[in-house]
Design a protein around this ligand. Structure first.
Ligand SMILES: Cc1cc2nc3c(=O)[nH]c(=O)nc-3n(C[C@H](O)[C@H](O)[C@H](O)COP(=O)(O)OP(=O)(O)OC[C@H]3O[C@@H](n4cnc5c(N)ncnc54)[C@H](O)[C@@H]3O)c2cc1C
Ligand code: SF4
Ligand code: SF4
Length: 426
């Protein structure tokens, strides 16, 4: 006999398109693949979301925490949600009644977990999901992060006080170091946090452009110590992820800014990808391209602390990948850092007449040192860069652990639980 009870009404999980900054955190976090997106909106599939709430706290803006009481049969489809510019209002009691629902109908949270399709995997094989190892809590000794001081509906204005190409490459591969000053507007930040910039103008649908997120590349006391300013590392997007020519709206706007120009900024965002503050804590940074921005912030803060002579830092280890040395942001300044301060490992994937080398290859070369750090509860790992690097990096960490005869499930779970493995890829 079929014991299933018909669910007439649900609390449908929705994302507010007016506030969402399209950062992909929720999609990367959702354990059942209920979130998807197009160029315009992030949306939740009513038939897959099981209301587990895993995506709620990582969302930097709170735009994910919206729920609407809906007749199950009329749940908003993702096609409908993808066209929205704002959330629909709650249905009134009269509207619900008109749908044949009465006050006695029990409201269930979204789809039952049993309806959730599992990701495909070969028989006998468990699919590897790197995102499951990413921590959503900060290290225990992280400083308090302020977030959302300037939300999407109330941005603040910053003035450009610096803008230069920070790679040796030409225009096609330019990455810019941008310095923004907030004047008298308070804008407290920590290393690992990000902001978002609202490009001026409207999109093809005549709607204002949505904000794009950029990691902060400077430490907490300013790009210039004691000033109310921050820096960003922004790469011009001149081709899409498939290599087709395109002119990215916000990255080109930002890279073309002149000193004295004003920009609309929202944020700060991020309350878990934060550095430990306790003495002798180790930091392992793994990045590609502009993923170096938060690593520059953390390195510079540790460098300033070391210079003050009042802080005994642990090890700093950096794995930094780019297509070529010429495309690697801050290559020159990195060379000047003392060897006893930071252990730097480069990997270049497109150096002519050289074999392709990715960050995970560099990590495997240093497995003896990495395994010691992975065993140490004072070690914190940060991964930032293009989405495509994430799985390879987490797999490399797993292999380093496993090859040393240790149990990855135990170590991976501890890294996540203790806020010691952070993944931010885009
Ligand atoms: C948490 C977070 C932190 C980020 N930090 C940084 C940062 O520090 N520096 C930085 O430069 N960017 C960073 N980004 C990416 C940034 O937010 C924008 O997505 C990027 O600048 C492209 O925006 P755009 O408006 O120029 O391109 P769009 O006009 O939005 O996109 C144009 C086309 O290019 C594709 N595209 C978008 N981004 C890329 C890319 N990076 N490479 C190739 N194709 C792309 C799009 O799919 C689209 O087809 C971060 C993103 C997130 C989520
Ligand atoms: S509530 Fe859970 S299942 Fe639903 S979208 Fe968020 S993470 Fe996914
Ligand atoms: S802002 Fe929140 S809802 Fe929007 S993509 Fe990021 S995590 Fe998802």
């Amino acid at each position: 006999m079929d014991m299933a009870v018909e669910v007439k009404v649900i609390k449908q999980h929705l994302i507010d398109p007016e506030i969402c900054i399209r950062c992909n955190t929720c999609e990367a976090t959702c354990p059942v693949g209920a979130i998807t997106h197009d160029d315009r909106n992030y949306v939740v599939r009513a038939d897959i979301c099981n209301s587990c709430m895993a995506c709620i706290s990582p969302c930097p803006t709170g735009s994910i925490d919206n729920w609407r009481t809906m007749p199950t049969a009329r749940a908003y489809s993702i096609e409908e949600q993808l066209t929205w510019d704002e959330l629909p209002a709650e249905l009134s009691p009269e509207q619900l009644e008109a749908e044949g629902l009465s006050a006695g109908d029990e409201v269930q949270l979204q789809a039952a977990a049993s309806a959730v399709p599992q990701p495909p995997s070969a028989p006998g094989e468990v699919a590897f999901n790197s995102a499951q190892y990413g921590a959503t809590t900060p290290p225990w000794s992280a400083a308090h992060a302020y977030t959302n001081l300037y939300p999407p509906k109330a941005p603040t204005t910053a003035t450009v006080v610096g803008n230069f190409n920070c790679t040796e490459a030409g225009y096609e591969n330019q990455t810019h170091h941008i310095v923004l000053d907030f004047g008298s507007m308070p804008f407290p930040v920590l290393e690992g946090q990000s902001i978002a910039i609202i490009p001026p103008g409207v999109d093809a649908n005549g709607k204002p452009h949505f904000a794009r997120q950029y990691s902060i590349a400077s430490p907490r006391n300013g790009e210039r110590p004691g000033y109310n300013n921050i820096s960003l590392t922004v790469k011009r997007v001149l081709e899409d992820h498939h290599g087709n020519p395109v002119r990215g709206v916000c990255s080109n706007y930002v890279c073309d800014l002149k000193v004295g120009d004003k920009v609309q900024v929202i944020g700060p965002f991020g309350n878990s990808f934060l550095m430990p503050n306790h003495p002798k804590s180790h930091i392992v940074m793994i990045c590609t391209g502009t993923g170096s921005a938060p690593m520059r912030a953390m390195t510079e803060w540790r460098r300033r602390l070391r210079k003050s002579g009042k802080f005994e830092g642990g090890k700093l280890m950096l794995f930094f990948g780019a297509r070529t040395q010429q495309e690697l942001p801050y290559f020159g300044p990195l060379q000047t850092l003392p060897k006893d301060f930071i252990d730097i490992n480069f990997a270049f994937s497109r150096t002519p007449e050289q074999p392709k080398r990715y960050v995970q290859d560099a990590m495997r070369d240093r497995k003896a040192d990495l395994v010691e750090l992975l065993k140490d509860g004072q070690s914190h790992f940060y991964v930032c860069g293009l989405k495509s690097m994430e799985e390879g990096v987490v797999l490399a960490l797993r292999d380093v652990v496993t090859e040393a005869g240790l149990d990855w499930d135990t170590i991976g779970a501890a890294l996540k639980r203790e806020g010691r493995l952070h993944l931010e890829t885009y």
